[in-house]
Ligand binder design. Structure first.
Ligand code: HEM
Length: 373
């Protein structure tokens, strides 16, 4: 929940934000595509200056309207940056407004992936930098996973407090896996419909960082999709590596308040996988005789991690192509991380999966090693 008590990530709130147009920006947002096509920075600056509301106007907005206003201002600022200039020196009156919109929504003072995808209307009012169908596929690929990650993260919260030897543990994990599977459908859709060239040469530049009141803030890219928060609960809290830990810490501020809270709860405590390993102890046969449900828990955790590795393997495939030295315009992703880090995260996820494998020839989760990406 936000400080104002409104959970902006819930589906009713999401639907409200999509509908809202507090800045009367439907028309100007359509025009933005044309300005971007022509790299017309003066037109973009003039358009966003006409949209910036007064702080008095903002005081009259609902929290949902604040999110919608941030969405529309943010897309103009990202567009200006795409063509070169740092945007806020050109629109200084927007700075206090962004800070206030961030404060009211309890989020960073710029647009995030939530604004760009789930809080973005669909159909004729859809906000897009380019209007290219490939951009629409990318937006949809993220829009389709958020409701599932939201449910999935609440399941992680239940799992992090559940006894691994309880038969219900496997049932909850299976439910979580079904939600995480949407990530695989999402990346398959992107691979089928978005070319690495389009991402690398056209879209990537819109996700550049901008500086707001002295703070450098990343653009609204898919790296903000908190699969890493599922990791944190399941294995990463105590089985990670410094680079990935740092990526996570840098990503958390762009999350919804509830997810930032979950990150805090799952940091500095044993992960689910570690608790499983401890429950097995030095004598797995004896542990399973005492608690037969352990085996099912291990199998379901291994299956969950396999699905995550499949997503990451396919995602790495397209990321490698888009960041190939011959194609790319930027050496690292808009989340500030490299393709090498993506490779490292897969290896860490595999290592987490290996921990769920029951020792001995009849390893309960022996399939964990056979992960195919
Ligand atoms: C053309 C398509 C894509 C490319 C080239 C791409 C590239 C990248 C790169 C380079 C990173 C490293 C972090 C950073 O950006 O600095 C990253 C991270 C990430 N991306 Fe993508 N991405 C694409 C699409 C997607 C989609 C559709 C999703 C999910 C719906 C997604 C989810 C993630 C996640 C969750 C991370 C964080 C690392 C992880 O959890 O494995 N990406 N991406």
């Amino acid at each position: 929940m936000t400080r104002t008590g409104v959970d902006l990530g819930s589906s009713p709130r999401t639907a409200v934000i999509r509908e809202l147009d507090p800045l009367a920006a439907d028309g100007p947002c359509l025009g933005m595509r044309r300005h971007n096509d022509r790299a017309d920075v003066p037109a973009l600056v003039a358009a966003v200056r006409r949209l910036v509301p007064s702080l008095d106007d903002v005081a009259g907005y609902s929290v949902e309207a604040c999110a919608a206003a941030m969405r529309d201002l943010g897309m103009f600022l990202g567009s200006i940056k795409r063509h070169g200039p740092e945007p806020l020196p050109l629109v200084p009156e927007a700075v206090p407004v962004l800070l206030e919109l961030g404060r009211r929504t309890d989020m960073v003072p710029r647009d995030t992936v939530h604004h760009y995808t789930t809080w973005n209307p669909v159909g004729g009012r859809q906000r897009m930098y380019t209007g290219d169908i490939q951009e629409a596929y990318l937006q949809e690929s993220v829009r389709m996973v958020f409701p599932h990650l939201r449910e999935g993260l609440e399941l992680c919260e239940r799992l992090s407090g559940a006894d691994v030897a309880d038969p219900k543990f496997a049932v909850l994990t299976e439910e979580l896996t079904a939600h995480v599977e949407t990530m695989v459908s999402s990346i398959d859709m992107v691979v089928a419909n978005v070319s690495p060239e389009f991402f690398a040469r056209v879209l990537r530049s819109y996700f550049e960082e901008i500086t707001v009141d002295g703070r450098v803030l990343l653009g609204p890219a898919a790296a903000q999709v908190p699969l890493w928060l599922v990791d944190q609960a399941i294995w990463a809290a105590d089985n990670s590596e410094p680079q990935y830990e740092e990526f996570l810490r840098d990503s958390v501020p762009y999350s919804l308040p509830r997810w930032r809270e979950l990150y805090g709860r799952w940091t500095g405590v044993p992960s689910v996988v570690t608790r499983l390993v401890e429950a097995y102890g030095p004598d797995p046969d004896c542990a399973e005789r005492r608690a037969p449900a352990l085996r099912q828990s291990a199998e379901e955790l291994a299956r969950l991690l396999r699905v995550i590795v499949v997503f990451r393997g396919r995602h790495l495939g397209i990321a490698r192509k888009a960041y190939d030295a011959d194609l790319r315009l930027y050496p690292v992703g808009s989340g500030g991380a490299s393709v090498d880090l993506l490779r490292q995260i897969i290896d860490l996820t595999r290592a987490g999966a290996a921990l769920t494998r029951r020792p001995g020839p009849a390893g309960a989760a022996a399939g964990a090693e056979r992960t195919s990406a």
